[in-house]
Design a protein around this ligand. Structure first.
Ligand code: PMP
Length: 323
């Protein structure tokens, strides 16, 4: 779908997957006015296909657009575009029963030619699809994390709450640093004090204190994950207390060592939930748990995945049937 100043959204098209032809002076290539989303279509037991909370992705896309000075795509148009692609590609949605899905990647780029730094007058919204396998083909395994004290992902007043490529560009060197330290993922801390836990690579974090689960509050510099939001409610349905709060790295270390912090997990569309095991940092390392996924982590993972795949009822009306 195209957007042109003065004309708005126009010319929606469903076309075969093919390379885009981009002018070398396309403004996106130079000034990174780009936003995206990620969501999954799952096959349900009755053979139908549904998306999980696509309206939430559409709303976040609008917030991202506003922050990047891009036009806002109406929620209905975003969802209708996802629906149209899933219908077209229905054969690629894997059978019910596993964790496989059809992953959708809606995105928007500036589509104007020019080298002046200003918001573009033309944009392109596209959705592509790709079959996605299970995140943990060999069974759920804890990841090791590196607390990034040398780099920050986002600053107050910046773009951390937006899903824009620049945030991910800013994360690549820290991800490489994490890998060099033998860790699977980076954990981002706040920009001012390098003390408060924000999020992990492409996932939000949760801290399990017995019957209570706590996730870092939305400060504006971390992404408001849809999985994170869903888990606040799913956990409550299962009898846990769930809350948003502030967790410092000192608290994480202390509570992990004295055993009050029983589990830590990360959550996002890709993995649903992944347990966090070893934690490494410049100030020392510690073990979170005993190297196996915790019981609460696994219970919440199954409960949410069952709603997403239709294996369990959806009391919140989160599933959006497409086919
Ligand atoms: N944080 C970041 C930086 C992410 O890229 C993602 C993945 N979209 C998340 C958190 C989790 O968000 P969601 O649950 O909406 O996938």
């Amino acid at each position: 779908i195209k957007w042109t100043e003065g004309r708005g959204w126009h010319d929606a098209q469903l076309t075969p997957y093919a390379p885009l032809s981009i002018d070398p002076a396309n403004m996106t290539l130079h000034y990174a006015q780009e936003i995206f989303e990620g969501l999954k279509a799952y096959r349900r037991p009755d053979g139908s296909v549904s998306l999980f909370r696509p309206e939430a992705n559409a709303e976040r896309f609008r917030l991202s657009a506003r922050r990047l000075a891009m036009p806002e795509l109406p929620v209905e148009t975003f969802v209708a575009a996802c629906d149209a692609l899933v219908r077209q590609d229905e054969a690629w949605v894997p059978p019910h029963g596993g964790e496989e899905s059809l992953y959708l990647r809606p995105f928007m780029i500036a589509n104007e030619v020019g080298l002046g730094v200003r918001p573009a007058n033309e944009y392109l919204f596209l959705v592509i699809a790709s079959p996605a396998g299970a995140y943990f083909p060999g069974g759920v395994k804890p990841v090791s994390v590196w607390l990034s004290e040398n780099y920050v992902r986002a600053v107050p007043g910046g773009m951390g709450f937006a899903k824009t490529g620049g945030n991910y560009a800013a994360s690549l060197l820290a991800q490489a640093e994490a890998a060099a330290k033998g860790c699977d993922q980076v954990v981002w801390l706040d920009a001012l004090e390098h003390r408060w836990v924000e999020e992990m690579g492409g996932m939000n974090l949760y801290f399990v204190y017995g019957n209570k689960i706590v996730t870092p509050e939305l400060t504006g510099s971390l992404l408001a994950g849809i999985t994170r939001d869903s888990l606040l409610r799913v956990a409550r349905d299962l009898g846990y207390e769930s809350a948003e709060g502030r967790i410092s790295t000192d608290q994480w270390r202390r509570d992990a060592q004295d055993g009050t912090l029983t589990e830590v997990f990360a959550c996002g569309t890709a993995a649903v939930i992944t347990p966090v095991g070893t934690v490494k940092s410049e100030k020392g390392d510690w073990a979170q748990g005993d190297g196996r996924p915790g019981a609460v982590t696994l219970e919440l993972r199954k409960a949410l995945l069952d709603i997403q795949t239709g294996a369990a009822p959806d009391p919140h009306g989160w599933t959006h049937r497409v086919v």
